[in-house]
Design a protein. Structure first.
Length: 474
């Protein structure tokens, strides 16, 4: 097998610059408007408004992710082998996937409250699975794009930073704006004031956010340029090609380590925002303050967006990530015994605890896409095969599986502490305190697993990063 790695002629593509950074950030912004809405409000919508039980919801999510496993691998293979556009390997997938995502994002929040119980569960399962297919059609080619925009290590870090900015903006907008739209103060059967989810508002919200998502994804295809071509004479096709990619993935120690850390981060951080909402809904009983908590907890990420480039250049990505993850893991343990009371003083302590936990997660979230690009580069140097789409698809599969695991953990955890589903349902007396404890336990476990994976499994240090740069210069 002979392999060739080429840079496109300089006169054919403009130099790497701000347009690429902005365009790449817009890509994850587009994905984020859909993903953040689903990860933050889908579980609340089906359990609090539609009336699906927490145990049924957990089963629905896990079953849909089993089928989604096939979907990720197949789409990754298709992206690698089927060029559906004349000029770009990835951009047409992003456009067509974005259009389909609009449809299924809206379908997911259809008000099927009047359906029979079995119909509600079936709708949730089918709608979520179809949404997963559309999201994969966008996210796999978008993620693979990172490896072909530039081959410069520092430019890859800047792309990863801007991708994190693009992902953070939808999260901040959704958590700051939507609680004021989708919650309403009411009285429960005992006459106590409670915060009630207005589920009917999520359909128009989903439509508006879906249109915005497609618009920014279209912006990605116009601003980002592909400069690096990975060519090989690997003739494997079909199942053989998929097995070849799977072997490349699981024999790549760095990729395995990064994936384990990502699973912990996605399952026990990114997919548990519904718990944060419920802490404010049932413990602090003030959903208007969710925005304040979001700003506070995202402060470490904003700080490291500025510092991550210089720090990783001096110390290497692994050293910086492991150091901050250690702080996050310790913060998680401290948060379990912190004196948090259901008043403003307790809310401040709560936000400080979240800041410590997010400090550990911040550098990893910012750098993870550059890490994955490095892992793909290791695979290419080892095997000589151009498998960006397939390798990213396998990684994406585990991230999406983690989303399902996270939501299932949340649902089962809520069941264990006595959550009562249904609109305006009365919760147990200590439910607010218990949901706060559940949230911190989940975050602490996620921090510890991610730290151990990056410390003891991931093996691309500063030395290996420098070797990449030296070979590029040569």
């Amino acid at each position: 097998m002979s392999t060739v790695k080429t840079q496109k002629p300089a006169n054919a593509v403009r130099p790497f610059g701000w347009a690429d950074k902005l365009g790449y950030a817009m890509g994850d912004m587009g994905c984020g408007f859909s993903f953040q809405l689903v990860s933050t409000f889908m579980q609340l919508f089906y359990m609090q408004y539609i009336g699906v039980s927490e145990n049924a919801y957990a089963i629905i999510i896990l079953v849909s992710k089993v089928f989604d496993a096939i979907n990720d691998i197949v789409i990754g293979y298709l992206v690698d082998t089927k060029k559906i556009g004349k000029k770009s390997k990835y951009m047409p997938w992003i456009i067509w996937g974005g259009l389909i995502l609009v449809v299924f994002n809206v379908m997911l929040f259809a008000p099927v409250k009047s359906f029979p119980y079995a119909g509600k569960c079936a709708w949730c399962l089918v709608a979520y699975y179809l949404w997963s297919i559309a999201y994969t059609m966008v996210n796999v080619p978008y993620g693979s794009l990172h490896s072909v925009i530039t081959d410069d290590p520092q430019q890859k870090v800047s792309l990863s930073t801007f991708r994190s900015i693009g992902a953070a903006l939808p999260a901040i907008v959704i958590m700051m704006v939507l609680p004021r739209i989708v919650y309403n103060k009411s009285l429960d059967a005992a006459g106590n004031e409670i915060e009630v989810l207005k589920g009917e508002t999520l359909l128009p919200v989903a439509l508006v956010l879906s249109v915005i998502a497609f618009a920014v994804l279209w912006g990605t295809t116009k601003l980002v340029k592909e400069r690096v071509e990975h060519k090989s004479e690997n003739n494997a096709v079909g199942f053989k090609a998929m097995m070849s990619s799977a072997k490349s993935f699981f024999t790549n120690r760095a990729m395995v380590g990064a994936t384990v850390a990502s699973v912990a981060s996605v399952a026990l951080f990114n997919s548990t925002m519904a718990l944060n909402n419920m802490v404010f809904q049932y413990f602090f009983k003030d959903t208007d303050k969710i925005a304040v908590a979001m700003v506070g907890s995202y402060a470490p990420m904003v700080l490291f967006m500025i510092l991550v480039g210089p720090l990783t250049k001096k110390f290497g990505k692994k050293s910086v990530i492991v150091s901050t993850m250690f702080i996050g893991a310790v913060s998680g343990l401290v948060s379990l015994v912190a004196p948090i009371t259901p008043d403003m003083k307790g809310m401040i302590v709560y936000i400080v605890c979240l800041m410590g936990l997010n400090l550990g997660n911040a550098v990893f979230q910012i750098s993870v896409w550059a890490i994955v690009a490095d892992c793909i580069e290791v695979s290419y140097r080892k095997t000589g095969k151009s498998e960006e789409g397939s390798l990213y698809a396998i990684y994406s599969f585990f991230r999406k599986l983690a989303q399902g695991i996270g939501q299932a953990v949340v649902a089962l955890g809520l069941s264990a502490i006595g959550f009562v589903e249904g609109e305006g349902a009365v919760q147990p007396a200590d439910f607010g305190k218990d949901v706060k404890s559940l949230y911190f336990i989940v975050l602490a476990v996620g921090s510890l697993i991610a730290f151990l994976a990056m410390k003891f499994i991931y093996n691309i240090g500063k030395k290996e990063e420098q070797e990449f740069a030296e070979k590029l210069s040569a």
